[in-house]
Unconditional design. Sequence first.
Length: 283
Amino acid sequence: MIRYPEIDNVALSLGPLQIHWYGLMYVFGFISTFLLLRRRAGKPGNPWGREAPEDLVFYGMVGLFLGARLFYMLIYGFDQLRENPLSILRIWEGGMSFHGGLIGVILAMLWYGRRHGRSFFEITDFLVPAIPPGLFFGRMGNFINGELWGKPTDVPWAFFYDGTARPEVAQVFADGQARHPSQLYEAGLEGIVLFLILWVYSSRPRPMMAVSGMFLFLYGIFRFLIEFLRVPDSHMGEGGYLAFGWLTTGQALTAPMLLIGLALLIMAYRRGDTPLVPKKTTT
């Protein structure tokens, strides 16, 4: 068993200004996405200019924050929103939905494509290989915040907490049981493993929209499986489950992603398009 460390939510205090770790994780995520896109855009023969990553990250950032926060408050925190509408601004406390963020980014990319004359899947095939590191940092932010814990378990790497400095964490572990670090599971699978697969896959010949389909399909599988180990949302259905005594809100929202991703992969390879991967040039 591993003791959950006493981590201050605030990374840096400058007088009345407080910089939270959760917010810093999003900054790290956007920086990593930008640097990865710049690296790929800078390769010889790549159809994307070096200025494109700046625009993509800006559009994506706006869509992510608006979609992720609004979706979370409407689906998971509606009671809190109804009591205090300004709570929608308190993003440093956590409460960002991946599915809402995905919808927001999709809408932002549609708008970007319309303004710059690029097709939707041309954009997303270029963008999604650089997204998983941002997911990694986001899940690490969840871990530091002490939220989204897994179910009780006795595995050697389970976490327990026996302190009082973090009341929100102490409440989760009030039953005295150690729990799965589901945030770290997601950081590993959705962040590291997904990135390695997509980065290698997208660097090789493949049809248009196959990379986007692979992203949705693999994320859907990883998230769906990890949901079996996460504590379900207590206010959603009986015992936190929507149906069958095991279906969580996360699984209900993720299953369509998995199916859409699989459909995109099948359609991409049935079309038989020649992939847009620049060949190495020799001098």
